[in-house]
Structure formats: structure tokens, C-alpha cells
Unconditional design. Structure first.
Lengths: 425, 152
């Protein structure tokens, strides 16, 4: 523990010395009498000071929680000597806050009698955290010395992003050959009715549509859509992180959206991959199942907006993580030119692409003057132009504004894919 | 040479200076500057000494009382700073601190009282005697404290 005298002690000793010198210089007793109590207090403080021996152990109620949940932090303090004044400050990383806003505790410690402190910590933002740094400050019995020590228990807490809930997913243009829950646009063995056609040798008899065949001179058979799995790759733009009111962050929203979309498709037994495209690129090859869900969460927890001036394109992404016929869902604020170029490149390579645009307007302050308003208008016109460009290429761009459910944005994508693309074709 | 400290002009001047120092103390408390306690105590002591020098009359009893009062002001101000951190504090901590402040003031008053007794002794060279008395008293208290702590 580092020992630090309070300014008061120095002042008492200084005044005491000054009083004694003044008494001698003036040959009067008053200055000496005046400083006698201060001098006595200062000397007592120096003589009676004891180095405290406080130890602290910290434990967490859980090592993983969901965003918005609480975790119980317990601190046990012990000392071999009595400590009359002990302040314990719990320093939490950004993203975790103490419930009740109480971060400092003042306690007394008896010798060899542990004392417990409990702090309810609210996980405000997803991430991987080191919890928590404790700052212990004790004072001697007269408060002339402060002893400080820092305890870093190095406990790990993983806060998983709260996924956005989705009711309907985006249907991919193409499905895979393996069985799944998505009704394929192809025809084959399945349950969903697709069409009828004239009987051909080799057709299975139980597919004959008897109602239609009884009214026609020749036999007709039903055609069916098979249920196939899909491959979905979520492209998470980590070039930019905008912060707005109430500590809202565009990257945090993007991560929640990506988590929700991944969960939704994984529940349908689809194969889901993830590409965190930004200052550092991380990817997950599409796979299915619970293990993939955990892998996706791990990548999402490490998602950070890292500043980078390097030009990065789709070429840096391993081909295995972008399989052909995969549906690519990009979650991006469409602010970084590298992301925009990558999206255009993907579309140019024939990928089935959908863009969920995190509207940056909600994170921006209102223009202060007419000049600012004009600049904002020009900027919005450029963004409109970009959206139109993407839509002309057959890429649906769904605006997801602050406070809106993700389902509303995805409905825009679904509507575009139902009607607009058909018109464009 | 001495001035009549009861003259209204001089009293007013000392009063204004004293009030200004108290305003400074209040500002230190409100703005949260514990480093200002020492200078404020120094200014208060200097003001009192100035008053004593202008009056040019011995007033040892008042000096002792003012010394204890200065100690009390310093302790209460520091206690105020120590207790203002936003957090959850046990009430018993404040009681312990109150007892400690009480002990310090009592010891200060005791030391002053003994010093006054020493000053009052009919021995020539009063100042030297006072200083010897103060140092002896402080030494005795320190010795008792150290012994008491070791036994505890």
C-alpha cells in the first residue's frame, strides 16, 4: 500500500515550526501556545501511524450474462489489524455499471473478521470484460495518512448481446441441396405444392393428380418444392461505430441485429457464417448447430471498430466463408467507402445480397445553422443516390432507424425481393 | 508602542480580515479543496498574532484557547472532506472519527493547559520554559502512545 500524508499533516507541522520560530523571534509565549495543539496532533499522527494489512477477494455470481441483466459482485475484506476507516471503490469498465450508482463503500474492519460487500452490477453493453478493479483506501485513526492499494482480481465476465427478435427471415434466392426448413424454388421431393405437369415415364404413381387427370385425356402429376437448407453469411461492418443519445452505439445495434439474424437462421437448421468486416477482418465459415451459435457470439463479443486507413476489399475474405448461392446480409451504416465498395463487389460477383442500413441520422446532432442544414441535405442526397444505385443492382436496402424493431426493416427487404427485383428483372 | 485594540477602526479591520479568511474557509469547503485548510489555519493564526502584537499585552490564556480552536477547525474541515465521497458509508465510521477528533482536541487542550501552567510559573526566562514544557509534554504523550500501541 502506498502511504500518502494528507495536506493537513504537513500544514500542522509547518505551522508548529513557524510558531516556535515566531515565539523565539518575538520573545513571546503566545505563538508557541497557539501552535502547541497542532504540533501535538502532528507528532501523534506520525508516531501512531500503522501500516494497514488489508486483503480483498472478489467473486462474481456468474461469468456470462445477457446484455441488460445483473450480475452479483461480492467483495470480501480482511485485515489482521483493526481498520477504522476503509473506503472501497469498485472501478468497473465502461459497459458495466453499479446498480444504485454506488461505487464507493465506507466500512470499518475488525481484526481477523472478514466483511462482505455486495454490488449488483448491471451489464449495459455486450462485450468481454475484466472485472473489476478495486481501489482500497484506508486512513489512520486521526485521518492524517491515507494508504492506497489497487486490487485487480482479473475476473472475466462475458456479456452476450441481447439478440433482436425476428419473426420472419429473408428468403434466399437459392437454397442448398441438403435438407432444411426453407421451401426451395427448385422442384423435387417435398411437401409444398409447386405445379402440375403431364405424366412422364418414371414418375411416381402417388404423385398423379387424379382430380385433374379424370377431366383430361392424359395423366397429370403434381410437382413439389423440396425443403432445403440455406446458407446465410452475415457481413458486419466494423469500420464505423457511431455513438448517439443514451450511450446508443451503431455497432452495438449492428451486433444485436447480427446475433438475432444468426439465431433465427440457426434455429431453422440453416448454415450461418459471419464476417466482421472492418479495421481487422474476422470470419466464420458457415456451419449449423449450437456450436456455431457459440462461435458467432465469440466473434461478436470481440467486434470493435478499429481505426484503419488500409484499403480492404472482398479479396481479403477467404472464399470458403462466402460460398456460392449464399444469402449475404450486410448490417452497416453505409458510411465507409470500403464497405460500400465491398457490397458492390459482392453483388457484381453474383451474390444474393441484402443490406440492413443502420440509419446514422439518429446518432447525429441537428444542424446548428443554415449552412449546416444545407450540408446535411447534400449529404442525404448522396446517400439517397447510393441507395438507389444499390437497388438498381437488385440489392434491397432496408433503413433501420433508432427505436424501430428489426422486423420492420427486414419487412422492407422482403417486400423488395417480392416485387421490386421482379420488376427490375 | 501599542495601539488601543478597542478602537472601532482597528476592530473593524481585524473583523473584516477575519471574515475574509472565514469566507476562504467556506470556499475551500464548498469547492472541495482540502489543500486550503493549512493556509486558512496559517492566516487565522497570523491574524490572531497580529492582533496580539498590535495590542502589545500578554494574553496567554486566549492564545491557548485559540490554538485549540484552530485544531478543531482543521479537524472538522478535514472530516468534512473525508466524508463527502459519494458512496455507502457505515454510520459507525463517523462515530469513530468523532471520537478521534474529540481525543485530539482534548489532548491539544491538555497540552495547552500544561503549557499555560508552565508559563505561569514564577521562573525567569518564561519563553524558554514554555518551550521546554511543550517539548517535554509532547515527548511524554508520544512515549505513552507508543507504549500503549505496542501493548495493544
Amino acid at each position: 500500500m502506498t502511504r500518502r500524508p494528507t495536506p493537513r499533516l504537513r500544514a500542522y507541522l509547518l505551522l508548529g515550526a513557524a510558531g516556535l520560530i515566531a515565539g523565539i523571534a518575538l520573545e513571546r509565549p503566545e505563538p508557541v501556545l497557539l501552535v502547541t495543539p497542532l504540533l501535538l496532533a502532528g507528532l501523534l499522527a506520525i508516531l501512531l501511524v500503522d501500516e494497514p494489512a488489508v486483503s480483498a477477494t472478489v467473486s462474481l455470481g456468474a461469468d456470462r450474462v445477457l446484455e441488460g441483466e445483473d450480475v452479483h459482485l461480492e467483495v470480501v475484506l480482511r485485515s489482521v489489524r483493526p481498520v477504522p476507516w476503509l473506503e472501497v471503490a469498485v472501478a468497473l469498465p465502461a459497459g458495466l455499471v453499479a446498480r444504485d450508482d454506488v461505487g464507493v463503500f465506507g466500512v470499518r474492519l475488525e481484526a481477523d473478521r472478514p466483511r462482505q460487500l455486495a454490488v449488483d452490477v448491471a451489464a449495459r453493453r455486450w462485450g468481454s470484460y475484466r472485472v473489476a478493479r478495486l481501489v482500497l483506501r484506508t486512513r489512520d485513526r486521526f485521518g492524517f495518512f491515507a494508504f492506497e492499494a489497487t486490487v485487480e482480481p482479473g475476473l472475466a465476465l462475458r456479456v452476450f448481446p441481447k439478440p433482436e427478435t425476428l419473426r420472419h427471415a429473408i428468403r434466399p434466392a437459392e437454397t442448398q441441396l441438403s435438407a432444411g426448413n426453407e421451401v426451395s424454388r427448385r422442384r423435387g421431393d417435398g411437401v409444398e405444392f409447386a405445379d402440375v405437369r403431364q405424366y412422364a415415364p418414371g414418375d411416381v404413381i402417388r404423385r398423379v393428380n387424379w382430380r385433374l387427370s379424370s377431366r383430361r385425356p392424359e395423366l397429370h402429376v403434381n410437382e413439389l418444392h423440396p425443403e432445403s437448407s440455406t446458407e446465410v453469411v452475415i457481413l458486419l461492418d466494423t469500420f464505423t461505430d457511431l455513438t448517439g443519445p443514451n450511450d446508443e452505439s451503431s455497432l452495438a445495434r449492428a451486433v444485436r441485429a447480427a446475433h438475432g439474424i444468426a439465431n433465427h437462421y440457426l434455429r431453422r437448421r440453416d448454415r450461418v457464417g459471419l464476417i466482421a468486416f472492418g479495421g481487422s477482418i474476422r470470419w466464420l465459415v458457415p456451419a449449423m448447430g449450437l456450436a456455431q451459435s457459440y462461435r458467432i457470439v465469440e466473434v461478436l463479443l470481440d467486434a470493435r471498430a478499429a481505426v484503419s486507413i488500409l484499403w480492404k476489399g472482398v479479396d481479403l475474405i477467404p472464399p470458403r466463408s462466402l460460398p456460392p448461392n449464399a444469402l449475404v446480409i450486410a448490417v452497416t451504416p453505409l458510411l465507409d467507402d470500403r464497405t460500400i465498395e465491398a457490397l458492390l463487389d459482392l453483388r457484381g460477383r453474383g451474390f444474393d445480397l441484402a443490406v440492413i442500413e443502420l440509419r446514422p441520422e439518429g446518432f447525429m446532432a441537428e444542424p446548428l445553422d443554415a449552412f449546416g442544414a444545407s450540408a446535411r441535405r447534400l449529404w442525404q442526397l448522396r446517400r439517397d443516390q447510393l441507395r438507389e444505385r444499390l437497388q438498381r443492382l437488385g440489392v434491397p436496402v432496408a433503413a433501420w432507424a433508432l427505436g424501430e424493431p428489426l422486423d420492420a426493416a427486414l419487412e422492407e427487404v422482403r417486400a423488395f425481393r417480392r416485387y421490386a427485383r421482379r420488376a427490375l428483372a | 508602542m501599542s495601539l488601543d485594540v478597542r478602537s472601532s477602526g482597528l476592530l473593524f479591520a481585524f473583523g473584516v480580515l477575519g471574515a475574509a479568511i472565514l469566507v476562504l474557509l467556506a470556499a475551500a469547503l464548498v469547492l472541495g479543496h482540502p489543500g486550503w485548510i493549512g493556509p486558512v489555519l496559517g492566516l487565522l493564526a497570523a491574524l490572531y498574532l497580529g492582533h496580539v502584537l498590535v495590542a502589545a499585552e500578554a494574553n496567554v490564556l486566549t492564545a491557548g484557547v485559540v490554538g485549540v480552536a484552530l485544531l478543531l477547525v482543521g479537524e472538522l474541515a478535514q472530516w468534512s472532506f473525508d466524508s463527502r465521497l459519494r458512496g455507502r458509508y457505515l454510520a459507525s465510521m463517523q462515530a469513530t472519527r468523532a471520537v478521534a477528533v474529540g481525543w485530539l482536541v482534548l489532548l491539544g487542550a491538555g497540552a495547552t493547559f500544561l503549557s499555560l501552567l508552565v508559563v505561569g510559573l514564577p521562573v525567569s526566562g518564561g519563553l524558554v520554559t514554555v518551550m521546554v514544557g511543550v517539548v517535554a509534554f509532547v515527548g511524554v504523550v508520544a512515549l505513552v502512545s507508543v507504549v500503549a500501541r505496542r501493548q495493544a
